[in-house]
Design a protein around this ligand. Sequence first.
Ligand code: PLP
Length: 394
Amino acid sequence: MLSEQMMALGKTRSVIREIFEYGNKRKQEIGADKVFDFSLGNPSVPAPESVNQAIRDILDEMDSTAIHGYTSAPGDFSVRQTIADYINKEHGTSVNADDIYMTVGAAASLIISIKAMACPGDEFITFTPYFPEYRVFVQVCGAKLVEVASREGDFQVEPESLETAITPNTKALILNSPNNPSGVVLSEETIKNICGILEKKQKEYGHEIYLITDEPYRELVYDDIKVPYLLNYYDNTLVGYSFSKSLSLPGERIGYIVVSNKMKNDRDMYAAVCGAGRALGFVCAPSLFQRVAARCIGQTSDISEYKRNRDLLYSSLTKYGFQCVRPDGAFYLFMKTPEDAGVFCEKAKKYELLLVPGDDFGCPGYVRISYCVKTEQIVNSLPAFEKLAEEYQL
Ligand code: PLP
């Protein structure tokens, strides 16, 4: 007998992947330049040249068995020290190397953090719209994902709705800003309100409520927007970070978790993170890319193309009559659909526009448009969006 839960997971491909596969087939049929694929969040700008240089330097400087060998389970100590130093310099924190656990990207950062704390009956809260894998990660850890709706229109968070969602079973809040799929960045005021509510509820229930902050898009923000660093606002925080988007390295699978050393039981929590990493088989993240990440820390791919795309797409779509949330970060635009998002996406396909319905993100009535594509694709797709708007007489 096999695990029904795992079989079901393996048999249902994510909607995003389905659309991406459809796009590949369609590109073969009519030519890649005729298909406007806005499905995947795969960075379209290359990694900075310093990444390639770091790889060459490491290959030249280090012994090959060390480069390709195991590091310690939570990651190479000097890599973790470099990351800790960087975080402290950037955010005025006092993180140590032993508060950091190297992971294979944000997905692993998340599931390790959840696994480290989930007990049967626990609830993990997140705001809609959210990255669909949260559901999978929370459920396979035997807990329940509780969705709290963000404010319709601008997708900022209303503190009162969080307060009513917290119960004695709440173990953690999972926060993602800049957000996939809305591109919304939570303001400092909102962050303070959220943390205030968590503090209040911890006192009321007499136990810890943790904050897991999922931050693969931290550096992808436009127009000087600031993304508050949660360790400075709430002691019971775990930061899940990834270099997938900031350095355009999603295939290399490298990221880390920071456990706040200001939480009361921080050594226990770090031990639980190490234990969860061990239980899930996520020990010793890719050795070469741990070192590349340390050498390139603080650098970001050139995101000017994303900003150009954001500006062009947002101004054009709103001109055609669509209602969109103006994204301040990440590389997604969330657009309201004039009818059911699934039906809308099918109609969009007639114009070779591949968009993702918001339903899986916990937000029906919207579509996600990933604008991490060449600007040329946006320019060429605009007449198709205009025709789609005309079809709905917007
Ligand atoms: N969290 C969010 C919000 C994401 O959008 C993604 C990927 O797109 C991940 C986590 C997973 O990132 P990684 O590829 O680093 O595992």
